[in-house]
Design a protein around this ligand. Structure first.
Ligand SMILES: [Zn+2]
Length: 147
């Protein structure tokens, strides 16, 4: 049941029945909208595919070089599809930043691992202007409610 139909239900039935005061109805509405807000927020979670740890959020998704998704091949021929995020609080960084074979000219990178199970989730990129995470689509779960 979405917010509008819940709201309508409360307004039409309970208000008529005088089961709740107007103040109580406002409080109930507030409670419901908070719950819906949290559910909507959780829908945007990005999780580690291995251990389901909370890595980032689709709200953190950003465009880099005109796209939030990129496909690259590394020097040994492995193809990676990555999504760009402005932050990924569930990641830990490993190794010294390097510009060797970087996929984003002007950016150095180091490895980004799941800070709970240490799975390789992608890379952390930084330039003088900005930083972002490139997370490997195959190694994360987006929209956990649909999985
Ligand atoms: Zn993990």
């Amino acid at each position: 049941m979405d917010f509008d139909s819940v709201n309508k239900f409360i307004s039409t039935h309970y208000r008529l029945l005088r089961k709740f005061s107007d103040k109580e109805i406002l409080e109930i509405n507030e409670e419901i909208s908070q719950k819906i807000f949290i559910e909507e927020k959780e829908k945007n979670d990005v999780l580690c595919r291995v251990c389901k740890y909370n890595i980032s959020s689709l709200d953190e998704m950003i465009e880099v070089n005109g796209s939030h998704q990129h496909t690259f091949k590394n020097p040994v021929g492995i193809v990676y599809r990555i999504r760009c995020f402005s932050s990924a609080s569930g990641c830990m960084l490993i190794g010294a930043p390097t510009t060797a074979n970087t996929w984003f000219p002007g950016f150095s990178w180091n490895f980004a691992l799941c800070s709970q199970c240490f799975s390789h989730l992608g890379w952390f990129y930084q330039s003088a202007q900005m930083t972002f995470f490139g997370l490997i689509l195959e190694n994360i779960i987006e929209n956990p409610s649909t999985h």
